[in-house]
Design a protein. Sequence first.
Length: 491
Amino acid sequence: MAVRTLLVVDVGTSGVRSAIVDGDGVVGRVERVAVPPSTPAPGLVEFDAARIADAVRETAVAALSGAGEVAGVGIANQRASTLVWERRTGTPVGPALGWQDLRTVGTCLALQADGFRFPPNASATKLAAILDEVDPGRERAAEELCFGTIDSWCAWVLSDGALHVTDPTNAAVTALTDPTGSRWDDRVLEVLRIPPSMLPTIVDSSGEVGEARALPGHPTISGIAGDQQAALVGQGCTRPGLAKATFGTGGMLDQCIGARTPGRLDRSEAGTFPIVAWRRAGRTVYGVEAMMLSAGTCIEWLRDDLGLVGTAEETAEVAARCADTGDVWFVPALLGMGTPVWDFGARGALLGITRGTGRPEIVRAVLEGVAHRGADLLEAAEAESGLAVNALRVDGGMSANDVFVRALADAVGRPVELSATLEATTLGAGYLAGMAAGIWRDEDDVADSHRPVRTVEPQLDDATREARRDRWLEARSRALQTIPELSAITF
C-alpha cells in the first residue's frame, strides 16, 4: 500500500512546528518550539536564524519518530522575512529581518522619490540593508553569500545545504521578481546592487524538489508555500472566487482568481495586491490579497499591556458580559493600517468612551474592531477581483474566539466557515506536497476535501449592519494620518 502520510514544517512569526498530515487531510502529531522575534528598538523585528534551523531539525525529527515513512515533506513559512548566510558554512551573517521590520522605511521613501516603489515589509530593501551592513562593496555577495526567505532557509537546512530554492508564492512577495514570481527582475537587482548569483532557484510550489538529507529516510521535499497561500490551499480555496481569512498576529484575506496574469506587483486602487497563489506542473494560479497589520496583536495589547484579560481566550468570556459596546468603537491600527487605505501613520483609536464604559465594553470593542477590519479586507478583495464571496472561510488563532467570529459574520454580512484546524497553513503545505506525491489528484480534489467544522450565520439585518459599518468607518477615518511623516509612505 502506498504511503499516505506527509511531514510539514511550518515556520511562523513566533515559532516552528512540524506536523504529520494524513491522506484524509487531518493534521496529526504536532511538535512545536517557540522562536519569538526580538525587537532591539522600536520598528525593528529580528530572528535568530540559527535557532530557527535548530528548531526545524528538532521538531521534524520528533514528528517523524512516531510516523515512520512519509510520502513527502511540505514547507510553509512567514513570508518576506529575510536572511543571508555563507554558502560554504551555512552560517548566517547576522539576524534575519522579520517581515514586520521597518528599518528600511527611509530607503523606501528615498527610492520612491526616484520612481521606485518598494513596500517596507517586502524583502528587497531588507536584503540591501543586510548587504550594506556586512558587505557594502558587494565583494563577498556574488561568490560567498546566499539570500533566502524562510522557506529557502528551511530547504537549505533540511537538505544539509544541497538545496538553495524558493517557490513563486515566496519569490513574488520579495519585490525582486516580475509579476509572475517566476523570474528575478534584473532592473530591481541593479538598483539595489544585489548580485543575481546569491538568489535561490525558483521551483514549483507543488513538485519534487530534492531530498531532505537531514531527516531519517531522506524524504523528498515536494511542497513549498508562503503561509497565506498555504492557508488558502488548506482551506480548499482552489477554485476562482473562493476566499479565506487568517486572523493571527496580523490578518490576511486571500481570494483565488485563477490563471489570469496580473500586470503589476504593486497595490491596486482597492488596496489589495496580486499574489501567486501556487504553481504546479509549471501552471501558475493567481489571487488577490488584502492585509491588516494588527489583529491578534490587539489581543496581546489587552492582555500584556493593559492587563484587562489574563489570557487571549478570556477575551470571549469578558466581552460576553455586555450585549454591545455602548457605541464604543476601536480601530486596530497599532502598527499602521493596511488595506484599503495603506496609511503607515495611522494609529489605534478607541472612541466613544463614557463614564459608563467598562472592561467588557472595551474588550468587545476590540474584537468588533478587528471584525470590521476583516470586512474592509473582504470588500476590497471583491472590488478588485470582481468575484463575489458567498461564504468566508476563516482560520488562525482568533477563529477560536466565538464572540469575534459572530462579530465577523455580522460585519461581512455572510456566513463564516470555520476551519477544522486553526492553522490551515500546515494543512495547505501538506496538500501541495501530497499532490506532488499523488495522494490528491489535483486542485479540484483538494477543493472537494474541504469540510468546515462549523458555520456561523450573520444575525444582523442589512440596514442595521450598514448603519454599524458606517459608524465604524467614521471611527476609522479619525485614526488616519496620526503621524503625517509615516503617512507619506506610498508604494
